[in-house]
Write a protein that binds this ligand. Sequence first.
Ligand code: B3K
Ligand code: ZN
Length: 864
Amino acid sequence: MTASKKPQAHYLKDYQAPVFSVEHIDLTFDLAPLKTQVSSLLTLKRLTAENDDLVLDGIDLTLLSVTVDGHAYTDFREADEQLIISNLPSQCRLGIVNEISPQTNTSLEGLYLSGGAYCTQCEAQGFRKITYYLDRPDVLASFDVTIIADTQFTHLLSNGNKLDEGKLDNGRHFAKWQDPFKKPSYLFALVAGDFDVLEDTFVTHSGRSIDLALFVDKGNLPKTPHAMTSLKKSMQWDEERFNLEYDLDIYMIVAVDFFNMGAMENKGLNIFNSKCVLANQETATDKDYHTIESIVGHEYFHNWTGNRVTCRDWFQLSLKEGLTVFRDQEFSSDLGSRALNRIDAVKVMRTHQFSEDAGPMAHPIRPEQVIEMNNFYTVTVYDKGAEVIRMMHTLLGEEKFQQGMTLYFERHDGQAVTCDDFVAAMSDASNIDLKQFKRWYSQAGTPRLVVKQDYNEELGVFTLNIEQLAPLNQPNNTELHIPFAIELLDPQGESITLGFQGKPVSHVLNVTSKQQCFSFDGLTAKPVAVLLEDFSAPCIVEKYNTETELLHIMQFARSDFSRWDAQQQLFISAVKEAISNPADNTLSVPIITALQNLLGKRDGDLALTAELLKLPSFDTLAAEFDVIPVDTIISITEQFERQIAEHLCNEFLDCYASLIDDGTVSASAVATRALKSICLHYLAKITDPAIANLLNNAAASSNMTNVLAALSAVVKADNPLSVELLEQFDSHWRHDVLVMDKWFALQAMQCGDDAIDKIKNLYEHPCFDFSNPNRVRALVGSFSHFNTAQFHRKDGLGYQLLGDLLIKLNAINPQNASRMLTPFMSWRRYDEQRSSAMKAQLQRLALLDDLSDDLFEKVDKALQ
Ligand code: B3K
Ligand code: ZN
């Protein structure tokens, strides 16, 4: 890319309020695949005293006419992605008519066709692909929308309430919608299609009856009840925990097959990726059920945190996303297992987020500089953003946190605000000083804490010395306010009440300086310290725990999360030990015994037991090294898994046989299947006719969790059964593309040296489609993220496969391309041969003439 074509960055510091407000917009869509006519009538009011131009955003639009107060207007010019209108009066009605082509819009942004249905995606800046507008979140307008289409599109939907509908000439019909709530353009939505509809109602705590409607492709109704139940649970939970009630009289969800993300919270008309809606026991796993519930919740919770109070500018994205992720995590934890939800959230943080924060795309949760906004819907903004909200929750406690939420809505309902406004509400409502805490919003990188422990036997005093170090890639960061939760366990495993010099001490320590000491007295023996209990802050703790201490924590910590964490540490230490001492690569007897005990004891939370039996993922282990030892991590984990399987084969068989799955989606049935799945994972590594029988039976189950457990176990173990079982699956499910995504993902995991050729052949499979993000991610995304051995082949063919795909996607769907690029972002962390092969792929992309802004931003940063 030449310097003159280099895309421009936008900066938070340059924020300026808009020159005009849009009080109201009347939009009319005359839908046709190649020529949709969009007419907009804006009621404008000048906000500045000067006679500034009105600069509207617009991309790929054909302008047909401009009017002011009903008269043709010519004082405008079209510039690069802008329409600049001069000499407008201080109040006027500006009419714009333009044309767009939904059918050729493969970016899945703006108005496009998904299968046979028209749908929209406007966040962050997709509305400008529909019409010229002040496409920024701080311009809030009321919308009236008229949709005209052929009658084959039976449902014509937009935000708010339906005002009117009727027949027109020439086989066309129309519907008119009005949204009484002012909103920014990114929350606009339109859908036109022929759907099956599941209808229901929800009565709010104030007694209002809300119509609920779920629109899906014809034939998919049997897959809708779970999403509807999830919606009703979300509505109830938000009333009970946050005292927030739904505001419109109707709530609609539409499921579409072509969608870049999981879902979108458009006011009153959520649009969902069909994979985040459709489920039944035969076609979806328990994990899918959980994901659907959490995403339905997430989008619903946005109605208050995002829609009623929105962002002033896109740099504030975490205002709505971090907060809404925190809310959906709490929803899942209140309804299900808090420990498992915490484990899942922390896995995302420690693998994906820490690695993003340490790499070339590192940014604070409130970024300061952006080229393509879509690149900032990241694990940092979302998940670290949620951790920042969670830390405030820890510091304030539930009651004061809720008072902060109430104050936030009292102050800002109907406004577009900043992260500072949110923190101010929390601080004012609680009287807790969050000035230093706010640095979490502006500092990138993962803070490191070095913890030293000292026990004075004579005095019975235990001291923690905590040193706060700046992230390696952000040496200039200043000290953060870190809520550091601990538990001290006595030798019998009892939790010690914390105190010093006669005063109680909170188990959440306020770490605020570079170096701090915290002492606890009244002890009779050296305690075992559980540090960063529940992952109370997104930090790396550099600590040394002996195997005995970790086993003690694993057995006695009050936090299930911390017990799991200790077990992960045990495995991580064992892998590191084996890497530094290859002659001794066997798991220690105490670790095997701990696993054996877990398998024997089948009371308690079986889903947690299943988690405790899993070795840390490749990504978790990779995070421990400056230069990732790919081959040794793979071979040592494989050896450990085989050792576990061989040592505990009988225990796995007994456990599997004892688990009765009642086939429901109750928490206990889900937990049972989770434990059965992990048993199969290990058993598949052993060649034995009885085990083959178990695997065949599971693969023939009518429950998708069981089927996938068997298939993934045989594929990962390179078990000879895999060829036949994969073939059976293909012929059974070819009619259902969402289920076939699971098959593509399994195919991507294959071990043989011909894996790359097999993937290329699958590009020709009748279900595969480069323009559908679900298919591409299922096949190539699974390959590049999870088939570590083949993706990181030394000959570079894995990298070339991804490079070729990115070149193709750059032209079809830049947003999807940019997301698929992620594995290359950490190219510097690999050995010389691998890193230069990855770099070569990035350089190939950098030379593309038509490189999208999305890819440019990441490729450019990666190569700097
Ligand atoms: N707000 C949307 C994401 C929009 C992504 C734009 N590239 C989904 C969500 O977070 O709820
Ligand atoms: Zn969201």
